[in-house]
Write a protein that binds this ligand. Structure first.
Ligand code: TYD
Ligand code: MG
Length: 460
């Protein structure tokens, strides 16, 4: 082992000083590669080094950056309002999910707005990209794909970047794993190459003060290849995903130096490209109007997007010494805790029943405002008594059974009213005077009050 050599994992980017067969961080076998230390300059050259002048904090321009909207509302919202000049976005996702399609649409829209755009593809041929552009262009970009959209296909990074003439205002690189950086050894996709390509893209974007978006592939277990390296280098990391055989695609920011990370963008993959989904609640809510025991509605928030969610619970007399509890779409611990609160604070015994909870449509809720709806669904299932139709439930529930206010209730109520709900059960601690009253509001202080008062009579 020569002095100063370190070993870097090609899978996760972990750095270690000893060569081992297995990465101590991610556990992958045979992924550690030796890396030579950078040549350090002599002290004489250090003395001659240029000083990078420091600046007074108050002299730095802090005005918000002028953004370039991509014209795709769902993408712009997740980005925090559009692309930022000099900022680099990395978008990851499973092969075939639609990354290239999304970026080609974004590039097409920006070009159609009059700004020249360069689309670099190291994965597909000119004919393949152009065919896709003509297919989606006519349908999605007003007037078809613009002549301001330039295409460069090949894996030579410098050759592709040489097309960045003075007026190019945005570029896409598809993908970081397919390009070869100049002066670096190794095949495209190796750790050294990926790092060099990404660094070069970041440098070019900063130098020219234009935004760039790179596609990054993800590993088998769903992480971005070389995540620690890439994620630190870029300003924004987006994840594009879809479930099973669904044609819906979700776009989320995992990191965003220029905006929030809790916005959700939804698209539908159609024959002619990705189409934004405006009515997101319609995705998860099956609009059943018959009152079924164990079903409660709530409006959860994903970032600033309200989503109607249907909480379904089934309670069956148990045959096990320990009753079963399973939950999908809501955290199991939270579900068990809420069942315990119902037993203790509302006097409804839960021990004799297996309880199953499911959030319809595969939605996963982290928002604590779903507590009240979950409790209502559990109580309704245990009593085999339906909840009143047209009602939604929004409140956080504490261990004492108290019902607490939720964030942005006004926004949720507007969505509930839009979807045709007629009443909402909320915390009595909400500031009622500020809420729009198109819905009948039922303020409650304690869970017991909400449940005892609203369970309809047992059927049959
Ligand atoms: P693509 O954008 O190539 O995915 P990625 O770059 O993430 O690998 O999308 C590929 C899939 O999307 C492919 O299976 C075909 C489908 N698709 C459509 O259904 N409609 C379209 O308009 C386009 C362009 C692709
Ligand atoms: Mg692709």
């Amino acid at each position: 082992m020569s002095a100063g050599v370190r070993y870097v994992c090609g899978e996760c980017g972990h750095i270690t000083m000893t060569r081992t067969g297995r990465c101590p961080s991610c556990g992958a076998w045979g992924t550690l590669a030796a890396e030579q230390p950078p040549r350090s300059g002599s002290s004489a050259s250090a003395a001659a080094r240029n000083v990078v002048p420091a600046r007074m904090v108050c002299a730095v321009d802090v005005r918000p950056p002028r953004r370039i909207p991509t014209g795709i509302g769902e993408l712009d919202r997740v980005l925090g309002g559009g692309l930022v000049p000099g900022g680099v976005v990395l978008i990851g996702g499973q092969p075939g999910i639609g990354k290239s399609t999304l970026l080609l649409q974004a590039a097409g829209q920006v070009a159609a707005s009059g700004l020249p755009v360069l689309y670099i593809s190291g994965e597909e041929s000119e004919a393949q990209v152009a065919l896709r552009a003509s297919r989606i262009g006519a349908a999605l970009v007003p007037g078809g794909m613009s002549d301001r959209l330039l295409l460069s296909c090949g894996t030579d990074l410098e050759g592709a970047l040489a097309n960045l003439s003075g007026d190019i205002s945005f570029f896409v690189l598809d993908s970081v794993q397919s390009m070869k950086a100049e002066g670096e050894s190794g095949w495209p996709g190796t750790l050294t190459q990926v790092r060099a390509v990404a660094q070069r893209v970041v440098d070019v974007a900063r130098e020219r003060n234009i935004p760039a978006v790179m596609v990054g592939h993800i590993t088998k277990d769903g992480r971005l290849a070389g995540p620690m390296l890439l994620e630190h280098m870029v300003d924004t990391v987006l994840n594009f995903s879809g479930e099973g055989y669904s044609s819906y695609r979700m776009l989320r920011a995992m990191k965003n130096r220029y905006g929030s990370t809790d916005e959700l963008g939804v698209f539908e993959m159609r024959e002619d490209g990705l189409v934004p989904v405006e009515d997101k609640s319609g995705l998860y809510w099956n609009r059943s109007d018959s009152a079924v025991p164990g079903v409660a509605m709530t409006v959860a928030l994903e970032g600033t997007t309200p989503l109607a969610a249907e909480l379904q619970t089934l309670a069956n007399p148990t045959v096990f010494p320990y009753p079963r509890r399973t939950a999908r779409g809501i955290e199991l611990n939270r579900f068990q805790l809420l069942a315990a609160v119902i037993e203790k604070r509302c006097g409804i015994p839960t021990g004799g029943h297996d309880l199953y909870m499911n959030v319809a449509g595969g939605l996963s809720i982290q928002d604590p405002s779903a507590d009240l709806g979950a409790c209502a669904a559990i109580a309704s299932a245990l009593r085999d008594a339906p909840l009143p139709a047209g009602t939604c439930w929004m409140g956080e529930v504490g261990l004492a059974g108290e019902v607490r206010p939720v964030t942005r209730l006004g926004l949720r109520l507007r969505e509930a009213a839009r979807l045709g709900f007629t009443s909402a059960v909320i915390s009595s601690r909400e500031r009622l005077e500020r809420l729009d009253a198109s819905l009948g509001l039922m303020p409650v202080t304690h869970l017991d009050e909400a449940i005892a008062g609203l369970l309809l009579k047992k059927r049959g």
